[in-house]
Design a protein around this ligand. Sequence first.
Ligand SMILES: [Zn+2]
Length: 321
Amino acid sequence: VGTDEGVVVGVDVGGSKVLAAEVRSDGVVVTTVAGVTPGADVDPGLVEDALTEAVEEVASGRRLAAVGLAAAGFVDALGERVMFAPHLPWRGDPVRARLQERWETPVALDNDANCAARAEIAFGVGRGASSVLMVTLGTGIGGAVVLGGEVQRGHNGMAGEFGHMQLVPDGHPCPCGLRGCWEQYCSGRALLRYARAGLGHRPTLLAELCLGDPDALTGPMITSAAEDGDLLAREAFEEVGGWLGIGVANLVAAFDPEVVIVAGGVSAAGDRLLDPARAALARALVGAAHRVVPPLVAARFGPEAGTVGAAELARRVVSRG
Ligand SMILES: [Zn+2]
Protein backbone atom coordinates (compact mmCIF):
# COMPACT_ATOMS: atom_id res chain seq x y z
CA VAL A 1 0.00 0.00 0.00
CA GLY A 2 1.71 3.19 -1.12
CA THR A 3 1.29 6.28 0.97
CA ASP A 4 0.17 8.28 -2.08
CA GLU A 5 -2.97 6.10 -2.24
CA GLY A 6 -4.12 7.76 0.96
CA VAL A 7 -5.57 6.26 4.09
CA VAL A 8 -8.78 4.23 4.18
CA VAL A 9 -10.50 4.56 7.55
CA GLY A 10 -13.31 2.43 8.95
CA VAL A 11 -15.39 3.90 11.77
CA ASP A 12 -17.68 1.94 14.05
CA VAL A 13 -20.27 4.33 15.45
CA GLY A 14 -21.67 2.49 18.44
CA GLY A 15 -24.21 3.51 21.03
CA SER A 16 -21.55 4.54 23.53
CA LYS A 17 -18.24 4.33 21.68
CA VAL A 18 -16.64 5.43 18.44
CA LEU A 19 -13.85 3.22 17.11
CA ALA A 20 -11.93 4.49 14.08
CA ALA A 21 -9.23 2.44 12.38
CA GLU A 22 -6.85 2.63 9.47
CA VAL A 23 -7.48 -0.64 7.64
CA ARG A 24 -5.18 -2.03 4.94
CA SER A 25 -6.57 -3.54 1.75
CA ASP A 26 -5.81 -7.00 3.18
CA GLY A 27 -8.08 -6.28 6.15
CA VAL A 28 -5.30 -5.71 8.64
CA VAL A 29 -6.01 -2.98 11.18
CA VAL A 30 -3.02 -0.66 11.40
CA THR A 31 -4.04 1.90 14.02
CA THR A 32 -7.18 2.47 16.05
CA VAL A 33 -8.53 5.46 17.89
CA ALA A 34 -11.37 5.14 20.38
CA GLY A 35 -13.70 7.93 21.40
CA VAL A 36 -16.97 8.45 23.19
CA THR A 37 -20.35 8.90 21.48
CA PRO A 38 -22.00 12.01 22.95
CA GLY A 39 -25.40 10.32 23.38
CA ALA A 40 -28.86 10.23 21.84
CA ASP A 41 -30.24 13.51 23.18
CA VAL A 42 -27.68 15.83 21.62
CA ASP A 43 -27.38 17.75 18.39
CA PRO A 44 -26.30 15.31 15.62
CA GLY A 45 -23.50 17.77 14.87
CA LEU A 46 -21.83 16.77 18.14
CA VAL A 47 -21.69 13.12 17.08
CA GLU A 48 -20.30 14.20 13.71
CA ASP A 49 -17.67 16.30 15.50
CA ALA A 50 -16.63 13.24 17.52
CA LEU A 51 -16.35 11.17 14.31
CA THR A 52 -14.35 13.91 12.61
CA GLU A 53 -11.94 14.07 15.52
CA ALA A 54 -11.41 10.28 15.49
CA VAL A 55 -10.94 10.13 11.71
CA GLU A 56 -8.47 13.03 11.74
CA GLU A 57 -6.50 11.41 14.54
CA VAL A 58 -6.23 8.16 12.57
CA ALA A 59 -5.21 9.99 9.39
CA SER A 60 -2.75 12.17 11.34
CA GLY A 61 -2.16 14.60 8.49
CA ARG A 62 -2.18 12.06 5.64
CA ARG A 63 -4.65 12.27 2.77
CA LEU A 64 -7.94 10.37 3.27
CA ALA A 65 -8.70 8.00 0.38
CA ALA A 66 -12.14 7.00 1.72
CA VAL A 67 -14.04 6.53 4.97
CA GLY A 68 -16.54 3.78 5.75
CA LEU A 69 -19.07 4.15 8.55
CA ALA A 70 -20.64 1.25 10.43
CA ALA A 71 -23.57 2.66 12.38
CA ALA A 72 -25.41 1.00 15.25
CA GLY A 73 -28.85 1.70 13.79
CA PHE A 74 -31.11 1.41 10.79
CA VAL A 75 -29.52 2.64 7.57
CA ASP A 76 -31.78 3.24 4.56
CA ALA A 77 -31.67 0.98 1.50
CA LEU A 78 -29.44 3.40 -0.43
CA GLY A 79 -26.85 3.67 2.35
CA GLU A 80 -27.44 7.42 2.61
CA ARG A 81 -29.30 8.02 5.85
CA VAL A 82 -29.36 6.71 9.39
CA MET A 83 -33.11 6.38 9.85
CA PHE A 84 -33.12 5.50 13.52
CA ALA A 85 -30.61 4.49 16.16
CA PRO A 86 -31.66 3.96 19.76
CA HIS A 87 -28.45 5.43 21.20
CA LEU A 88 -27.62 8.07 18.55
CA PRO A 89 -29.41 11.33 17.66
CA TRP A 90 -29.72 10.70 13.90
CA ARG A 91 -33.35 10.45 12.70
CA GLY A 92 -33.35 10.20 8.93
CA ASP A 93 -30.26 12.41 8.70
CA PRO A 94 -28.32 12.26 5.39
CA VAL A 95 -25.18 11.24 7.26
CA ARG A 96 -23.22 9.89 4.27
CA ALA A 97 -23.47 12.99 2.08
CA ARG A 98 -23.02 15.37 5.01
CA LEU A 99 -19.76 13.76 6.15
CA GLN A 100 -18.53 13.29 2.59
CA GLU A 101 -18.87 17.03 2.09
CA ARG A 102 -17.26 17.81 5.43
CA TRP A 103 -14.32 15.45 4.96
CA GLU A 104 -13.93 16.01 1.20
CA THR A 105 -13.44 12.30 0.63
CA PRO A 106 -15.74 9.46 -0.49
CA VAL A 107 -17.83 8.15 2.42
CA ALA A 108 -19.79 4.87 2.52
CA LEU A 109 -22.38 3.94 5.14
CA ASP A 110 -24.03 0.73 6.33
CA ASN A 111 -25.24 -0.68 9.63
CA ASP A 112 -22.77 -2.36 11.95
CA ALA A 113 -24.05 -5.92 11.48
CA ASN A 114 -23.76 -5.70 7.69
CA CYS A 115 -20.26 -4.25 8.04
CA ALA A 116 -19.23 -7.09 10.36
CA ALA A 117 -20.50 -9.57 7.74
CA ARG A 118 -18.46 -7.77 5.05
CA ALA A 119 -15.35 -8.22 7.22
CA GLU A 120 -16.00 -11.96 7.57
CA ILE A 121 -16.71 -12.62 3.88
CA ALA A 122 -13.72 -10.56 2.73
CA PHE A 123 -11.11 -11.64 5.30
CA GLY A 124 -12.61 -13.97 7.88
CA VAL A 125 -14.39 -17.29 8.26
CA GLY A 126 -16.86 -16.51 5.45
CA ARG A 127 -14.12 -16.08 2.87
CA GLY A 128 -14.90 -17.82 -0.41
CA ALA A 129 -18.50 -18.63 0.55
CA SER A 130 -21.19 -17.10 -1.63
CA SER A 131 -24.11 -17.61 0.77
CA VAL A 132 -23.56 -16.76 4.41
CA LEU A 133 -25.75 -15.95 7.37
CA MET A 134 -24.32 -14.01 10.25
CA VAL A 135 -25.90 -13.90 13.69
CA THR A 136 -24.44 -11.41 16.14
CA LEU A 137 -25.20 -12.10 19.80
CA GLY A 138 -24.75 -9.03 21.94
CA THR A 139 -27.28 -7.50 24.30
CA GLY A 140 -29.78 -8.46 21.58
CA ILE A 141 -29.37 -10.13 18.19
CA GLY A 142 -28.08 -8.50 15.02
CA GLY A 143 -27.61 -10.22 11.72
CA ALA A 144 -26.77 -10.15 8.06
CA VAL A 145 -27.72 -12.09 4.94
CA VAL A 146 -25.15 -12.67 2.20
CA LEU A 147 -26.38 -14.21 -1.05
CA GLY A 148 -24.40 -14.49 -4.27
CA GLY A 149 -21.45 -12.94 -2.42
CA GLU A 150 -23.37 -9.72 -1.74
CA VAL A 151 -24.77 -8.41 1.52
CA GLN A 152 -28.54 -8.21 1.04
CA ARG A 153 -29.86 -4.97 2.48
CA GLY A 154 -33.57 -5.45 1.77
CA HIS A 155 -36.22 -3.06 0.48
CA ASN A 156 -35.91 -0.74 3.50
CA GLY A 157 -32.32 -1.54 4.36
CA MET A 158 -33.65 -3.60 7.26
CA ALA A 159 -32.87 -7.16 6.14
CA GLY A 160 -31.16 -9.35 8.70
CA GLU A 161 -33.06 -8.15 11.79
CA PHE A 162 -33.36 -11.75 12.92
CA GLY A 163 -33.60 -10.87 16.60
CA HIS A 164 -37.26 -9.96 16.28
CA MET A 165 -38.48 -13.09 14.55
CA GLN A 166 -41.23 -14.42 16.79
CA LEU A 167 -40.15 -17.78 18.17
CA VAL A 168 -42.54 -18.06 21.12
CA PRO A 169 -46.14 -16.88 20.65
CA ASP A 170 -47.13 -14.78 23.69
CA GLY A 171 -43.60 -15.20 25.05
CA HIS A 172 -41.41 -12.73 26.89
CA PRO A 173 -42.17 -9.08 26.08
CA CYS A 174 -39.51 -7.39 23.95
CA PRO A 175 -38.52 -3.68 23.99
CA CYS A 176 -39.53 -3.62 20.29
CA GLY A 177 -43.18 -3.89 21.41
CA LEU A 178 -43.72 -7.49 20.31
CA ARG A 179 -43.58 -10.66 22.38
CA GLY A 180 -41.57 -13.85 22.12
CA CYS A 181 -38.82 -12.40 19.91
CA TRP A 182 -35.80 -14.67 19.35
CA GLU A 183 -33.46 -12.27 21.18
CA GLN A 184 -35.51 -12.64 24.34
CA TYR A 185 -34.29 -16.26 24.46
CA CYS A 186 -30.93 -16.05 22.76
CA SER A 187 -28.72 -13.04 23.61
CA GLY A 188 -26.54 -11.60 26.33
CA ARG A 189 -29.68 -10.38 28.08
CA ALA A 190 -31.24 -13.85 27.93
CA LEU A 191 -28.03 -15.43 29.26
CA LEU A 192 -28.23 -13.13 32.29
CA ARG A 193 -31.89 -13.98 32.81
CA TYR A 194 -31.24 -17.73 32.80
CA ALA A 195 -28.33 -17.38 35.22
CA ARG A 196 -30.22 -15.04 37.56
CA ALA A 197 -33.17 -17.42 37.68
CA GLY A 198 -30.89 -20.10 39.15
CA LEU A 199 -29.18 -17.84 41.72
CA GLY A 200 -30.26 -18.54 45.29
CA HIS A 201 -31.68 -21.95 44.41
CA ARG A 202 -28.43 -23.89 44.29
CA PRO A 203 -24.73 -23.55 45.02
CA THR A 204 -22.99 -21.63 42.25
CA LEU A 205 -19.79 -19.67 41.68
CA LEU A 206 -21.96 -16.94 40.21
CA ALA A 207 -23.29 -16.05 43.67
CA GLU A 208 -19.73 -15.32 44.79
CA LEU A 209 -18.81 -13.44 41.60
CA CYS A 210 -21.78 -11.08 41.88
CA LEU A 211 -21.47 -10.92 45.70
CA GLY A 212 -25.03 -12.18 46.03
CA ASP A 213 -26.50 -9.30 44.00
CA PRO A 214 -28.21 -10.69 40.88
CA ASP A 215 -28.21 -7.21 39.31
CA ALA A 216 -24.43 -7.13 39.50
CA LEU A 217 -24.11 -10.26 37.36
CA THR A 218 -22.45 -9.74 33.95
CA GLY A 219 -21.95 -11.85 30.83
CA PRO A 220 -18.17 -12.13 31.33
CA MET A 221 -18.81 -13.44 34.89
CA ILE A 222 -20.96 -16.22 33.42
CA THR A 223 -18.32 -17.00 30.78
CA SER A 224 -15.60 -17.23 33.41
CA ALA A 225 -17.72 -19.32 35.81
CA ALA A 226 -18.56 -21.71 32.96
CA GLU A 227 -14.82 -22.07 32.28
CA ASP A 228 -14.33 -22.95 35.94
CA GLY A 229 -16.91 -25.72 35.69
CA ASP A 230 -19.89 -23.98 37.25
CA LEU A 231 -23.01 -25.94 36.34
CA LEU A 232 -25.48 -23.05 36.45
CA ALA A 233 -23.25 -20.97 34.15
CA ARG A 234 -22.84 -23.90 31.76
CA GLU A 235 -26.58 -24.53 31.72
CA ALA A 236 -27.22 -20.86 30.94
CA PHE A 237 -24.98 -21.20 27.85
CA GLU A 238 -26.69 -24.47 26.91
CA GLU A 239 -30.06 -22.74 27.10
CA VAL A 240 -28.92 -19.82 24.92
CA GLY A 241 -27.15 -22.28 22.57
CA GLY A 242 -30.30 -24.38 22.24
CA TRP A 243 -32.34 -21.35 21.23
CA LEU A 244 -29.55 -20.29 18.90
CA GLY A 245 -29.80 -23.61 17.07
CA ILE A 246 -33.60 -23.38 16.78
CA GLY A 247 -33.53 -19.87 15.33
CA VAL A 248 -30.69 -20.76 12.98
CA ALA A 249 -32.65 -23.82 11.79
CA ASN A 250 -35.46 -21.47 10.73
CA LEU A 251 -33.00 -19.22 8.91
CA VAL A 252 -31.29 -22.15 7.21
CA ALA A 253 -34.68 -23.44 6.07
CA ALA A 254 -35.24 -20.05 4.44
CA PHE A 255 -31.80 -19.33 2.95
CA ASP A 256 -29.88 -22.64 2.71
CA PRO A 257 -26.49 -20.97 3.36
CA GLU A 258 -23.06 -22.50 3.02
CA VAL A 259 -21.98 -21.36 6.48
CA VAL A 260 -23.51 -19.66 9.51
CA ILE A 261 -21.22 -17.30 11.43
CA VAL A 262 -21.88 -16.47 15.06
CA ALA A 263 -20.38 -13.20 16.26
CA GLY A 264 -20.75 -10.78 19.16
CA GLY A 265 -19.74 -10.79 22.81
CA VAL A 266 -21.69 -13.94 23.76
CA SER A 267 -19.83 -15.92 21.07
CA ALA A 268 -16.64 -15.56 23.14
CA ALA A 269 -17.90 -18.70 24.92
CA GLY A 270 -17.03 -20.66 21.75
CA ASP A 271 -18.05 -24.31 21.68
CA ARG A 272 -19.74 -24.05 25.06
CA LEU A 273 -22.37 -22.04 23.17
CA LEU A 274 -21.94 -23.51 19.69
CA ASP A 275 -22.06 -27.23 20.54
CA PRO A 276 -25.60 -27.11 21.98
CA ALA A 277 -26.53 -24.84 19.07
CA ARG A 278 -25.20 -27.36 16.53
CA ALA A 279 -27.15 -30.16 18.23
CA ALA A 280 -30.35 -28.11 18.23
CA LEU A 281 -29.80 -27.11 14.59
CA ALA A 282 -29.45 -30.74 13.53
CA ARG A 283 -32.65 -31.62 15.43
CA ALA A 284 -34.72 -28.67 14.22
CA LEU A 285 -33.63 -28.32 10.59
CA VAL A 286 -35.96 -29.64 7.94
CA GLY A 287 -34.45 -32.56 6.01
CA ALA A 288 -31.28 -32.52 8.12
CA ALA A 289 -30.53 -36.16 7.26
CA HIS A 290 -30.71 -35.45 3.53
CA ARG A 291 -28.73 -32.28 3.19
CA VAL A 292 -25.42 -30.75 4.19
CA VAL A 293 -26.17 -29.01 7.47
CA PRO A 294 -24.15 -25.77 7.32
CA PRO A 295 -21.30 -25.42 9.80
CA LEU A 296 -21.94 -23.05 12.68
CA VAL A 297 -18.67 -21.23 13.27
CA ALA A 298 -17.40 -18.44 15.51
CA ALA A 299 -16.51 -15.18 13.77
CA ARG A 300 -12.86 -14.28 13.23
CA PHE A 301 -13.26 -10.62 14.06
CA GLY A 302 -14.20 -9.28 17.47
CA PRO A 303 -14.73 -5.63 18.38
CA GLU A 304 -12.88 -4.49 15.21
CA ALA A 305 -15.32 -6.22 12.82
CA GLY A 306 -17.33 -3.07 12.11
CA THR A 307 -14.29 -0.94 11.27
CA VAL A 308 -12.78 -3.60 8.99
CA GLY A 309 -16.06 -4.15 7.13
CA ALA A 310 -16.79 -0.43 6.83
CA ALA A 311 -13.33 0.20 5.37
CA GLU A 312 -13.84 -2.68 2.92
CA LEU A 313 -17.19 -1.21 1.86
CA ALA A 314 -15.57 2.22 1.35
CA ARG A 315 -12.82 0.66 -0.80
CA ARG A 316 -15.39 -1.15 -2.92
CA VAL A 317 -17.45 1.99 -3.44
CA VAL A 318 -14.35 3.95 -4.49
CA SER A 319 -13.10 1.24 -6.86
CA ARG A 320 -16.55 1.02 -8.50
CA GLY A 321 -16.14 4.74 -9.18
ZN1 LIG B 1 -38.55 -7.79 19.54
